[in-house]
Ligand binder design. Structure first.
Ligand SMILES: Cc1cc2nc3c(=O)[nH]c(=O)nc-3n(C[C@H](O)[C@H](O)[C@H](O)COP(=O)(O)O)c2cc1C
Length: 378
């Protein structure tokens, strides 16, 4: 096997290890995938300013997220269905993150439930939810997150309706994955995955058991989203969540300076500048292209995290240079998880850590606080 040196190497390995429908579910975006591609293209187009003869013998990547120490400015963002990429995927992700000293955020749409992850891990994790029409279910999830001692609640704002990801219906993705004539070849050629996931214990939405009725294919997920996610949700509802959750609140999916100001007014402790990895509004700007403007609008009143296209420690440096306090990964985590489970996720984090350290050294930077626009060529 060739050496694993980059996130792209993990992506290549993931493609070989899991069925196409699952790989594409992570890899794809909405409609024509314009925004998905922009996320990476705009990061790639940025240029570092190389500096020499600066003493970089001591470099620290340590920083704080919401007052808690982290070993580097990175968190694993919420991704639905991570447990289909590897058996117990959410548990493995949470363990790898904890061992590496970074936060893990569990999605409401996970395969392992909040309670499964809590029981299998030592470190507190973050929990993400959406606004549902049934606020009783939101309250129930808040209570479950509190009972599991989750250290922050992340409310995702950019999914009042579901963006159409065309690869999924084209691939016939169903949840739980079903053995059909169409899927048989894909599953049979991935025996390791099939043994762990297809015939494993957890195969459907762990947090929704009892709330998602009857047959549960992806069409049911789309229908479920349509009937359960609240298209009328507005900032007053965000304030409602704020009043119910006593801990740190992170608002995710902000892509506009005006919305960032509203998020601050609604009581956010942090926001995530995000276009959902290009999976929602196709044609929206890349996350990196709006980051500086949003950091300016927030003006230090809450922390600003960034996601969308982070595939390397160099990308982390670029986001921090433009004012982000930290970064989140979605796809990079799932590729790593599919490629090699917990060891794969650890590998991904260590690759990014090393890339960030070297990039800081070669731009003459020794601490996270010292990263700024001066490390970029304008
Ligand atoms: C397969 C997949 C599932 C996702 N599920 C969720 C989710 O359940 N909740 C959420 O807030 N964001 C979700 N996201 C978005 C990520 O949290 C994150 O915003 C995005 O992946 C960042 O872009 P990146 O994939 O380029 O790193 C998902 C992303 C992917 C790729």
């Amino acid at each position: 096997m060739p050496p694993i040196l980059s996130i792209d190497d993990l992506r290549t390995l993931a493609k070989r290890r899991i069925p196409r429908a699952i790989f594409d579910y992570a890899d794809g975006g909405a409609y024509e995938e314009l925004t998905l591609r922009r996320n990476s293209a705009d990061l790639d187009a940025m240029t570092f300013r190389q500096r020499v003869m600066v003493d970089v013998s001591h470099i620290s990547l340590a920083t704080k997220f919401l007052g808690s120490p982290v070993s580097m400015p990175l968190a694993i963002g919420p991704t639905g269905l991570a447990g289909l990429f590897h058996a117990d995927g959410e548990i493995l992700g949470a363990r790898a993150a904890a061992a590496c000293g970074i936060p893990f955020c569990l999605s409401t749409m996970s395969i392992c439930s909040i309670e499964d992850v809590r029981a299998a891990t030592q470190q507190p994790f973050w929990f993400q939810q959406y606004l549902m029409r049934d606020r009783g279910f939101n309250q129930e999830l808040i209570d479950r997150a509190a009972a599991a001692q989750c250290s922050a609640l992340m409310l995702t704002l950019d999914l009042q309706v579901l963006g159409e990801r065309r690869r999924d219906p084209r691939n016939g993705l169903t949840i739980p994955p079903r053995l059909t004539l169409r899927s048989a070849f894909g599953f049979a050629s991935r025996p390791g995955w099939a043994a762990g996931v297809l015939f494993g214990k957890h195969r459907t939405f762990g947090n929704l058991v009892g709330h998602i009725g009857g047959a549960s294919g992806i069409s049911t997920l789309a229908e479920w989203t349509q009937t359960q996610f609240d298209p009328s949700a507005n900032w007053r509802d965000v304030e409602w969540v704020r009043s119910r959750w006593p801990g740190q609140l992170i608002l995710k999916g902000v892509l506009d300076a005006e919305d960032a100001r509203c998020a601050v007014a609604a009581g956010a402790d942090a926001i995530v500048v995000s276009n959902h990895g290009g999976r929602q509004l196709d044609g929206a700007p890349s996350s990196i292209s709006v980051l500086a403007e949003i950091v300016g609008a927030v003006a230090g009143r809450c922390e600003v995290y960034f996601d969308g296209g982070i595939r390397s420690g160099q990308d982390i440096a670029k986001a921090l240079a433009l004012g982000a306090n930290g970064t989140l990964i979605g796809k990079s985590f799932l590729y790593a998880l599919a490629a090699a489970g917990e060891a794969g996720v650890t590998k991904a984090i260590e690759i990014m850590r090393s890339e960030l350290r070297v990039t800081m050294a070669l731009t003459g930077t020794t601490s996270i606080d010292a990263l700024g626009p001066h490390i970029l060529r304008q």
